[in-house]
Design a protein around this ligand. Structure first.
Ligand code: TXE
Length: 495
């Protein structure tokens, strides 16, 4: 058997093998076969990386840089990501099986985060307080937190990392990154660009490994100031509890069960395109997947018929091919989870009008594919309407009027995204106000930007990524008091 390439950690700018000497396999979801061996990080490797990042935070070149100089480094990093985008996109497809067209677009967009937060680095201003105490001068400073642990998921490894890293570095922190055990390779390649851009060694470190080993070691390490996490809600809650013991800050970008609400006054063709891309793009493996399609009863049957016709036309196959429209599922456990939910839906009494099984089309080969699936007759209390499946499985739920649409939309533990399709100006303003989720799209879906705050309500998370305020997720404020009065007074006389 051909020997697989070994992927090691980056600590202090150097390539470091795992302390245990152990590696695990990384799989290509299209072939279902391993293609590389990834270092299995343990508490020892995490401690090494955290100590390195702590040193880089406290001494050396990094804390001496002015915010303007940090901004320049970030912009240089953005340029390097742009120059290397094709290579990084292909590497991600090899590990997460998402379409090359999508990953190319995603990686080509990443430099904007480095430019935006690079530009913001020297615009963070404290304030002079119009203080009420005579003979005192008081002002505030915004200071970095220290070493940030970043734990990412497998669906969009470098995008999820960039949303954390760009503001954290702009704010002056240092980092230890623990990518998903399913998709470590692109983070290793990316960190080489960080050093090529001129960031001092130790500012950005990467240690791979499993959640219960390397991940937990990072969350519980006493020198970590904050954990920035994207992943499943149960893991997020577990991290939140563990971080609480060390009084660490957290930002958590978790799952979703987003409602996509279609009113009968909308442009039907637009809404059909929107509904399809909301659930089948990225094979449904996005936190913002529009997995609950709420259809006004008057257009239900016509809409479903057209929806199925379009969904049926999706070409499945090699995600590296520009012709493919639906790729494989990223991981074997995820594929099994999706198939289980398909069975749950059938047993709950929903009507499976499309798919509902593993895909065995010849073009899917030995890959981990499931058929795009549409359930109708779904009641919002069913498991397939309440729980995050994270796959191409759509639950169609009928409603009669605006109040009922809002009630169904909000009747869920999650609150990440929501879609509203309508031709009415009043609805386009009134319905988003009533939806309890962090983002609402009107007559569009899935749009994100470096300048638009993103994050969940309810069980979808804590904190916001993107937009100017995201930098404050990585800063803390200090108040400085200065006496201008000369002599101090008798401490036993209160003023
Ligand atoms: O995620 P995990 P999994 C959802 C989706 C999916 C489910 C499970 O529903 O089916 O989560 O996916 C690290 N301490 N999302 O199991 O476990 C882990 O190593 C510290 C939604 O892959 O949350 C990886 O780096 N870290 C989501 C990261 O957490 C731990 C994207 C995410 O893995 C840890 C992905 C621990 N105890 C899945 N346990 C989204 N928001 O888009 C795991 N990890």
């Amino acid at each position: 058997m051909q020997k697989l390439e070994k992927l090691d950690f980056t600590i202090s700018g150097k390539t470091i093998p795992p302390a245990s000497g152990e590696y695990f396999e990384s799989y290509n979801p299209f072939s279902g076969k391993p293609w590389a061996m990834v270092g299995r990080g343990t508490a020892e490797d995490i401690n090494h990386a955290v100590q390195t990042a702590k040193k880089a935070f406290l001494e050396g070149d990094w804390p001496k840089l002015t915010p303007t100089e940090r901004g320049k480094l970030l912009r240089k990093l953005g340029d390097l990501v742009a120059e290397n985008s094709e290579r990084l996109a292909k590497l991600e497809v090899q590990e997460n099986g998402k379409l090359i067209a999508e990953m190319r677009m995603q990686i080509n967009y990443l430099p904007q985060w480095y430019y935006y937060f690079g530009g913001l680095a020297d615009k963070i201003e404290g304030s002079v307080l119009p203080i009420d105490k005579p003979e005192h001068f008081a002002y505030t400073l915004h200071e970095p937190l220290g070493v940030i642990g970043m734990i990412t998921a497998w669906n969009s490894p470098l995008l999820l990392l960039t949303w954390k890293l760009a503001p954290a570095l702009a704010a002056g922190n240092t980092t230890v990154i623990k990518p998903s055990e399913f998709t470590s390779a692109s983070s290793f390649e990316f960190v080489k660009l960080v050093h090529q851009a001129g960031f001092p060694p130790g500012v950005v470190n990467v240690v791979a490994g499993f959640g219960s080993e390397a991940g937990e070691a990072l969350v519980t390490h006493p020198d970590i100031a904050k954990i920035a996490f994207t992943g499943g809600s149960e893991t997020g809650i577990n991290i939140y509890q563990k971080a609480a013991r060390g009084l660490k800050r957290v930002s958590l970008e978790l799952g979703g069960k987003s409602p996509n609400i279609v009113f009968d006054d909308c442009n039907i063709e637009n809404a059909i395109n929107g509904a399809i891309s909301a659930i089948f793009a990225a094979t449904g493996q996005t936190c913002i997947a529009g997995s609950r399609l709420l259809l006004q009863r008057s257009i239900h049957d016509e809409f479903v018929e057209k929806l199925i016709k379009l969904a049926k036309s999706a070409r499945m196959g090699d995600p590296m091919s520009n012709d493919t429209q639906v790729g494989p599922v990223t991981t074997l456990p995820q594929m099994k989870k999706i198939i289980e939910y398909m069975e749950v839906g059938k047993n709950e009494g929903a009507d499976c009008l499309l798919g509902g099984v593993r895909a065995t089309r010849p073009e899917c080969g030995t890959g981990w594919f499931v058929e795009p699936t549409i359930f109708t007759g779904v009641n919002n209390q069913m498991k397939i309407a309440q729980e995050e499946i994270f796959g191409p499985v759509l639950s169609v739920i009928p409603f009669d009027d605006d109040d009922e649409a809002v009630e169904i939309a909000n009747d869920n533990a999650y609150g990440l995204g929501a879609g509203v399709w309508t031709g009415s100006v009043a609805r386009s303003i009134n319905i988003p106000r009533q939806i309890r989720s962090g983002t609402v799209w009107v007559n569009t879906y899935r749009a994100v930007s470096y300048m638009a705050p993103f994050g969940g309500y309810k069980k979808s998370g804590l904190g916001k990524e993107n937009g100017q305020n995201a930098i404050h997720e990585y800063l803390q404020s200090k108040t400085v008091w200065v006496s201008t009065g000369g002599a101090t007074q008798n401490p036993f006389i209160m003023r």
